[in-house]
Each structure stands twice: as structure tokens, then as C-alpha cells.
Design a protein around this ligand. Structure first.
Ligand SMILES: CC(C)(COP(=O)(O)OP(=O)(O)OC[C@H]1O[C@@H](n2cnc3c(N)ncnc32)[C@H](O)[C@@H]1OP(=O)(O)O)[C@@H](O)C(=O)NCCC(=O)NCCS
Length: 164
């Protein structure tokens, strides 16, 4: 079960479980900064988590026992469906799994917007997809109009020939 909710509406038991998951995955716990969370529950235990404030995702993590099963991908998909784009997140450059994280976020549609000595700022937006849709509609209308124009030309040409 996947839940997108305000922190103030979360059950205290779930908050404890989120904190335990964050503490198991990160040296720092920023739970108090979050306005919303997306959590993934399995057998009443929280095995996936991301914290949200503004349009920033933070401390995405899954329980070690449940990795590579698509849980983080599903959490990201819920974020993409529910949050206003662009969505941002940061990857520390000095983490053991930095390269893995880069690849993971790339395959989930994020790209590097900016980097400095310590971190990458990753960005996801739907602008590109939106552009593609507009482009496709434009192409469709263009070819549709060309087709109609061709038919008109054919009718006029047929009429002219009929009059000869
Ligand atoms: C990064 C992290 C959140 C990924 O969580 P996850 O639940 O294992 O992620 P997913 O299962 O969605 O995706 C991981 C891989 O499994 C693959 N996968 C997705 N669905 C799958 C499925 N149903 N079965 C098997 N593999 C699957 C994905 O394609 C992905 O492969 P890729 O990285 O080569 O693209 C997890 O490794 C983690 O908690 N790391 C520690 C905390 C951390 O560093 N967080 C990042 C903060 S920026």
C-alpha cells in the first residue's frame, strides 16, 4: 500500500516507523522538515519512504530487505503524479552509492540541473513530454491540413478537366 499524506495527519506509530527507516539509511534525520510524505507499507511495516517540502524530495529510502523490487520507483511515480513540476532532489557526491543513485534517477526521468563540489541537483519536469505532445498535435494538424488541401486541389483539377 502506498500513501501520500500530510505529516500532521500521520499516525504516531507510522511516524516512529518512518524515523526508524530514515535512521537506518542516513546519518542525519530531517523528518521534522517535511510537510508531506510518501510511504510504502508492506504487512503493516513502512518499507519505503520519501519526505517532501515545497517541490523537493528528500531522504528517499527503502528497507534493505525490500530493495530492487520497484518500491522506490513506485514512490517516485506517485510524487510525479501528485506534485507540481518541476520536482527537485539532491544527491551527495561523496556517498558510496552516488553513481548508483545517478543511474537510478536518470532511469526515472530526472536529469542534472546543476552540480557543485558536494552535490548534484536533480530535476524532473513534464515540460519535455508536454512539448512532445504539442509537437505531435501540431504535426497531426499540419499533415491533416495538407491532406485536405490536396483533396481540394484534386477536386478543382477534376472540375477544370471536366469543363474542357
Ligand atoms: C536508492 C533506493 C531508494 C532505491 O530503492 P529500490 O526500492 O531498491 O528501488 P527500485 O527497486 O525502484 O529500483 C532499483 C532497481 O531495481 C529495478 N527494478 C524496478 N522494479 C523492479 C522489479 N519489480 N523487480 C526487480 N527489479 C526492479 C529498477 O529498474 C532499478 O534498477 P536501476 O537502478 O538499474 O534502474 C535504495 O537503494 C536506498 O534506500 N538506498 C539508500 C538510501 C539512499 O541513498 N537514498 C537516496 C537519497 S538521494
Amino acid at each position: 500500500m502506498i500513501l501520500y499524506q500530510n505529516v500532521k495527519n500521520m499516525r504516531s506509530n507510522d511516524i516512529i516507523k518512518c524515523n526508524a527507516l530514515i535512521n537506518a539509511n542516513f546519518s542525519e534525520n530531517r523528518f521534522e522538515d517535511y510537510i508531506k510524505t510518501i510511504t510504502y507499507k508492506k504487512n503493516n511495516a513502512i518499507v519505503g519512504f520519501v519526505g517532501i517540502y515545497d517541490n523537493l524530495l528528500n531522504q528517499l529510502c527503502t528497507d534493505k530487505e525490500y530493495r530492487n523490487k520497484g518500491i522506490a520507483t513506485r514512490i517516485l511515480n506517485v510524487a510525479k503524479q501528485t506534485m507540481k513540476t518541476p520536482i527537485f532532489l539532491f544527491i551527495d557526491k561523496n556517498k558510496q552509492n552516488t553513481q548508483y543513485l545517478l543511474k537510478f534517477y536518470f532511469s526515472n526521468g530526472f536529469y542534472i540541473e546543476y552540480e557543485n563540489d558536494v552535490e548534484y541537483k536533480m530535476r524532473y519536469d513534464t515540460r519535455f513530454e508536454f512539448k512532445q505532445i504539442v509537437c505531435r498535435i501540431f504535426c497531426f494538424l499540419y499533415y491533416y491540413c495538407l491532406n485536405i488541401l490536396d483533396q481540394f486541389k484534386q477536386i478543382i483539377w477534376d472540375d477544370n478537366n471536366a469543363n474542357i
